[in-house]
Design a protein around this ligand. Structure first.
Ligand SMILES: [Zn+2]
Length: 183
């Protein structure tokens, strides 16, 4: 072990430092880190290891990688593609059976309306899918770069300090972490 332990740039201590990705993953076990990311299990001389803070869960949410929403939401896509389209298709089929048994103009109008409704649901599902695919593709390089930076971030529990291992001048806190990863 040649590289020194990672120190918090604010308080200069090693005992309350934890990797951001480990906190985000809900890892409660404290460890000591070096710049190369080596993790040394530690339980002695670490005052922070014994005091389990109740704000760990909101903290892990704040330090989680901020995934962006892509265009129209997944819920909207599922609503159109998996619920409304099949439902209106079944309705069209029922109205078709009714209209073929009794071809009155009222039944034919109902059939036409439900058919148009099915087409509109299919169209909405396709538009949702295309918007999501396009935005994900445009967002990919930024997303990968930000994720790579996020994977090098460390957090000091003593003073709410997020820092980059290779550049201790880059400091933020758990609420402004996004400024470090630019995402
Ligand atoms: Zn600190």
């Amino acid at each position: 072990m040649s590289s020194p332990l990672l120190r918090c740039p604010r308080c200069g201590q090693v005992d309350a430092v934890q990797k951001v990705s480990a906190i985000s993953a809900g890892n409660q076990a404290y460890a000591l880190y070096t710049k190369s990311g080596r993790v040394l299990p530690s339980n002695e001389g670490m005052p922070f290891a014994s005091s389990r803070s109740p704000y760990q869960t909101p903290l892990s949410e704040r330090l989680a990688f901020p995934e962006h929403r892509h265009g129209c939401s997944l819920a909207l896509l599922i609503t159109f593609a998996a619920i409304l389209t099949p439902a209106s298709a079944v309705l069209t089929w029922i109205n078709y059976s009714t209209a073929s048994g009794d071809p009155s103009s009222a039944n034919q109008t109902t059939l036409l309306l439900t058919f148009v409704l099915t087409l509109m649901c299919i169209g909405a599902a396709l538009i949702c899918l295309l918007m999501r695919t396009r935005q994900k593709r445009l967002d990919k390089p930024r997303h990968e770069r930000a994720l790579a930076i996020w994977n090098t971030l460390y957090y000091c529990h003593r003073d709410d300090c997020v820092f980059v291992a290779d550049n201790p001048l880059q400091i933020a806190n758990s609420r402004t972490m996004h400024t470090l990863i630019g995402y």
